[in-house]
Ligand binder design. Structure first.
Ligand code: GRG
Length: 290
């Protein structure tokens, strides 16, 4: 594991997640096909983090983490569909294709999000084994994607009254993005039956990685390549949103991204060489171009 090439690792785990997602959306009625349109095409960072953390914490049964990892991706996809709606960011383009409301209709896009959200919790709680761990997963995820996390971050993000202050930027990034990345790492630890304090420390390392993730997202919005990004670049900048480059400039944002990366890597490295993969994923996030 120590010397694994990160590109190979990400590709292999993505294939695993993509295969499972395909299965979860097959053999059902046609609305599953509609929802799958939006699910198809992401980088799968959150499920990959859950699997990486599960394995690093000594988890042996990959089959037990897969539904949990995929559930995270469904909630993430839900947030993207709703983020693109005309009432929110009004984006026509997502994951390299028409966003859900453009491909179908606004009503169907809203319902796709609703369906994915519920289906995620069906996946989290699937099966009779490991009930305590699954309940802990449901608790941890629901806590950070609702009004104490992603939903609150989005409320701040779309609010016209936001001022470009570092404190506000930090709160938006923390709630909208970092907590979800962090909980993806935490659920891997929970499913591997890691001690609670370890899951908690990993969550905090994940917060640093999540802040880094949103910093690189903000930077790519300004300097990213259209074809690579899979969404409309320049949109956040043009809409006057509170972003890292808007407050610190590109160089300042990059400097802070590097600082978050260093912090995250330091925290992962403390757990020993099994966590090298999370150190490498942190570097991937720092240097990503998509
Ligand atoms: C459904 C949890 C939930 C909340 C509803 C709409 C909304 C409230 C929140 C939007 C939150 C949002 C879109 C945050 C941005 C996070 C982010 C950096 C997205 C891009 O993630 P990538 O790069 O995308 O992982 P891919 O397409 O690769 O999966």
């Amino acid at each position: 594991m120590q010397d694994i090439d990160i590109a190979t690792y990400l590709r292999t785990k993505k294939v695993l997640v993509d295969g499972a997602l395909e299965e979860y959306f097959s053999n059902s009625h046609s609305f599953f096909k509609t929802m799958y349109y939006s699910v198809d095409g992401g980088k799968r960072i959150r499920p990959i983090l859950a699997i990486a953390s599960y394995e690093a914490c000594g988890g042996q049964d990959i089959k037990s983490i897969i539904p949990v990892a995929c559930g995270l991706e469904l909630i993430h996809t839900y947030s993207l569909i709703h983020d693109d709606l005309p009432a929110m960011d009004n984006d026509d383009f997502r994951r390299g294709k028409a966003s859900a409301h453009k491909r179908f209709s606004e009503a169907i896009a809203i319902l796709s999000g609703d369906g994915l959200f519920a289906y995620a919790f069906e996946l989290f709680s699937k099966g009779k084994e490991m009930r305590d761990e699954k309940l802990a997963v449901v608790h941890a995820v629901s806590e950070v994607v609702g009004p104490r996390g992603v939903v609150y971050g989005q409320v701040m993000d779309i609010s016209d009254s936001q001022q470009p202050y570092p404190k506000i930027l930090r709160s938006i990034h923390l709630n909208k993005t970092a907590k979800f990345i962090a909980v993806s790492i935490k659920v891997g630890a929970i499913m591997a039956r890691a001690p609670e304090d370890k899951a908690c420390t990993l969550y905090h390392a994940g917060i640093c990685m999540g802040m880094l993730f949103q910093y690189t997202d903000d930077i790519l919005d300004v300097i990213g390549e259209k074809g690579l990004l899979g969404k409309t670049p320049g949109k956040d900048q043009a809409s006057g949103k509170v972003t890292a480059p808007a407050i610190y400039g590109i160089d300042g944002a990059r400097f802070r991204a590097e600082r978050y990366a260093a912090l995250a890597k330091q925290k992962f490295a403390r757990f020993g060489s099994q966590f090298n993969i999370l150190v490498k994923i942190t570097d991937f996030v720092l240097n990503r171009s998509y």
